[in-house]
Design a protein around this ligand. Structure first.
Ligand SMILES: [Zn+2]
Length: 257
């Protein structure tokens, strides 16, 4: 059967001398792996469209098992993401987290939407670090985690001072601080921001101007949730951390802003 899917290339690995196995996140069928014959050859018409981050339309022949990519046509080749090292680093993290958390074999329109919005936002020049935080929070349910952020996880109160509790799985109020000796106290702004990352649409997140310390703080919380509660540690996270430690790149980044 021949399928036409809108998709994004999550990854492509070499298979044999000239083929690639391409993992696509599609709008219609969710995550799909398919064989792209000859795609490793630069002259192949499949060479370009099977590059990571490519957004396009893919014609896949599949009866059972792995399909074969027949044709691809790109809508957006994500040029900025392909050429800017900082954008590449964050986009690599985003495709990796989607690949790790989404299972093959069923449509996942919500995850597809998060992915396409995030890559488009980075491509358009929004702060890739804030966009990545947005993806981290939004993808938590796919890791089986639904943080309680609308009220206190201990007693349901919506007023008072708040902290984040990994043990309670979300915010807890000052009346419940005794439930967890390892709480992280939150200012009202931090509370509001975390809630935003989890609930608001991406356009609003992209427009936020966040201080580096604020992003670091929120990132620390969400990274700890992933690492300690799901055991997931992504390879591309180390690349981002390396970039953050490189003073030259930091400087260039600031001058661009
Ligand atoms: Zn409480």
């Amino acid at each position: 059967m021949l399928h036409k899917w809108e998709g994004i290339v999550l990854k492509a690995r070499a298979y044999g001398e000239s083929n690639k196995i391409v993992t696509l996140m599609t709008r219609e069928a969710g995550k799909v792996a398919c064989m792209a014959r000859g795609a490793k050859k630069p002259t192949s018409r499949l060479a370009g469209v099977t590059q990571p981050f490519m957004h396009g339309s893919f014609l896949v022949q599949r009866t059972s098992g792995m399909g074969t990519l027949q044709q691809g046509e790109h809508f957006n080749s994500m040029r900025h993401i392909q050429t800017d090292i900082v954008a590449t680093a964050y986009a690599s993290y985003i495709v990796e987290i989607v690949d790790r958390l989404v299972e093959e074999g069923r449509p996942e329109p919500y995850a597809f939407e998060i992915l396409i919005q995030a890559l488009n936002a980075i491509e358009e020049g929004y702060d890739p670090e804030a966009i990545t935080l947005f993806v981290d929070w939004k993808m938590l349910p796919y890791a089986g985690i639904q943080p309680i952020l609308h009220a206190c996880a201990g007693c349901g109160a919506v007023d008072g001072e708040f902290a984040f509790s990994f043990a309670q799985g979300g915010f807890i109020c000052h009346r419940c601080f005794h439930l967890d000796p390892y709480i992280i106290r939150l200012s009202p702004t931090q509370l509001k921001l975390i809630r935003m990352f989890y609930t608001v649409p991406i356009e609003q997140v992209g427009k936020l101007e966040l201080k580096p310390q604020t992003k670091q703080f929120i990132k620390k919380i969400v990274t700890t949730i992933y690492e300690e509660q799901t055991g997931i540690r992504l390879k591309s996270r180390s690349f981002i951390e390396q970039l953050e430690r490189t003073p030259l790149l930091q400087r260039e980044k600031k001058e661009d802003e």
